[in-house]
Write a protein of this length. Sequence first.
Length: 580
Amino acid sequence: MSKTSNEFDAVSWRPTVAGRHHAVASGHYLATLAAQRVLDAGGNAIDAGVTAAMALAVLQPDIVSFAGVAPTLVYLKDEAQVVSLAGLGYWPAATDVERLRREGAGTVPEGILRTVMPAAPATHIEALRRWGTISFEQAVTPAFELARDGFYLYPLLRHVIEANAAKFDRYPENRGVFRPHGSTPPIGSVLRQENLGRTLFRLIEAERACRGDRDAKLQAVHDCFYRGSIARDIAEFHARENGFVTRDDLAGFRVPAEPGIACSYKQYTLHSCDAWCQGIVLLETLKTLEFIDLAKLGLNSAEYIHTVAEALNLAFADREAYVGDPKFVAVPVAGLLADEYAARQRARIDSRRAFGAMPAPGVPEGAPQPRAASAPRVAGGRVPAPADTIYACAVDRFGNAYSATLSDTSYDNPMVPGLGLSVSSRGSQSRLEHGHPACVAPGKRPRLTPSPALALKDGEFFMAFGTPGGDIQSQAMLQVFLNVTELGLQLQQAIEAPRFGTFSFPNSFAPHDYFPGRLCIENRVDGACVEALAHLGHDIERWGAAVWLGGAVCAIRRDAGTGVLHAGADPRREAYALAW
């Protein structure tokens, strides 16, 4: 096996999976298998990706809702372009910001009031309509069967349910699905979601009943959810519970296709969804690191971790200052990703001392006047587990690629009785501070953590990658990308390598805890390295050897020389990759 410059032992727990025709990687092995079957049958990457995405909403129901978020990137080989589907809902028209302040004591409260428009169904339907080849029924059938028939309750899913038992128990539908008979089922039991299965079958029936062409049939599925009986059930539930969502809100919801944002990094071009999500953190950090010889520093040396963490801290400070829904906020995207700005940010990194707190934001071209922000809420103890997410990617024999990060928890928001799903609780990532770029407003989208990525090399597809993990997402994705491109690791080795994460900024989730100077590091990193980082001024928190808190990256990379697709999935969770 090859070695990096610091002699990191590059043996991996799993092999990098490789194939010449197609590949898929996702956060659960059954979703990966469902997508692989689609590819084997002749479907394309979008067909397979949507199939995996909908299955993941059943297989990871604690942290992914079928009616949640689904930011999606698609690489179209024949058109040589990357397109984004803006799979994030906005606040309902009747949103009362003052009520949120009263009931949430300064942050968006848990419960029905944090509901925003459910974007995932519309996103999946639009992806199939624009670029897919199979029917909605073909794509959703694995999800439907897993909901109806059930699946093995694996350890991490049981852990999250049990850790949030009191929250699940607040709501009858949630309790009935996840804690029947008043207790969390044991590992190895079969988890069935029969109401969700019936909801999915309603969508299948809507497609079957439509006599038009494929577009008309997919429109009928969309209308069933957003204008028909499912929309009625959601709106009536909100009316009974004094929520904000109405049938008019749902009826008007569509998912736009848009270019997204991108930056150059050496011979690569990195693509993300627009600044309604945090993908810009990954891009800005790469620009800051672009002219630093990271390979010379050595993988996970004290110098390497310090440099990468400080670059991330600068980008997170800018996220806090500038990033929000571009329909409402003039985010200085071009300025944040400019070469000249990256050079100025790079010069702020001191190799001899950590910032020790969130640094002041930079001043990129086009930045608004600094606002008078209140001091963020400082937290103690350990960094909390994030309200989480999952990821899926696929590449087909034609050269197209799909990359999507699916999310929304089911323990902080009531599931709609009879539907077996929680409508997007992503309002938890909005802020209530006047003037904050992510502050709540009717029609405005929260600033989203889920942020898939696609990378091109010399104009050709190179890599699709993403991860769950809240604020760790951009960080874990960055480390894996650098492990491949700068440190020369094989894809699976790059995913499994020891990981770290900085949390020296307000958390994206309410109540937005802030841990000044906090740097979390997996315990496979050498103790002397950790001591050196503490000496530099980092507030060290040790993680276990390969913890789910550090993300669970899935990725597919194309070798330009051979055309072979390399797929990897993170053993930190139930993620798996397949290829042929």
